[in-house]
Design a binder for this molecule. Sequence first.
Ligand code: PMP
Length: 305
Amino acid sequence: MPIAPTEKIWMNGDMVPWDRAQIHILTHSLHYGMGVFEGIRAYETANGPGIFRLTDHMRRLHESARIMGMPMPYSIEELTDAAKAVVVASGLPGCYIRPIAYYGYGEMGLNTLPCSVDVAIACWPWGAYLGDDALTKGVRMKISSWTRHDHNTMPPAAKTTGNYVNSSLAKVEALNAGYDEAIMLNPQGFVSECTGENIFVARHGKLITPPLSSGALEGVTQSTVTAIAKDHGFEVTVGTIARSDLYIADEAFVCGTAAEVSSISSVDDRAIVCPGPMTVAIGEEYHRTVRGEVDQYKDWVEHAE
Ligand code: PMP
């Protein structure tokens, strides 16, 4: 999806004009994939842009860095302040925010210990990742031929740039085959997540989402959706999902910061009720929650000014 430039990008403490936010070709992380990043959304609210669960995202960025053994030069508070400044500088009512921490220029080779860590935060306008009507119309899913990496190869609990090689292979395979998105199975053959979203499947009226141990990222949206689902009286469990559970699901959806809540209309061409009643209830409440319209969750919306 093309990027529309905004005013400034925060780089190591400075606000840099968009066109000058550049790095050297020998930047370490470009070669070896050792960067950690986040995807966050700010939504238009009556009180200006509200950044949804900003602190939780920056906490996960810190955790990703800890998993990768990367020293993070800025505190969670410094990063949240920087993200707010970038959003304010953009003048946008709502946007997508991308913080990234990476090993910079100056060292080559696989030893990261002497490398400097650089941090940048950019934002730009970004529409619904799986399409504007993904909640109601649904997305067509394909089980990927690519296996999700496991905890002892590339730790999937860290949002590491290199991990997305696996996701991109699966995404492009699914698109080339005429589907919208891929579902990743782990080395044990159980459902893990999608290329950039967590998954929920309803069976016998209960929602199930795979655990972290399945190779899924600990999604901020997954946790938001779980809270909303429980408010609606829906039972939610974290458990193992087999491929066949998908084919006979009552309903199913994917969720993530970029994709929000998107219904699944089919898996490997087996149609699923779409949009299912639980998916619609949760998706609509999610839409209100991120915009600060649900009292109980107002604290999740962190205002930029
Ligand atoms: N899994 C993967 C692989 C992702 O890239 C994302 C997006 N960050 C998610 C799940 C959903 O996470 P979140 O709800 O925190 O955006």
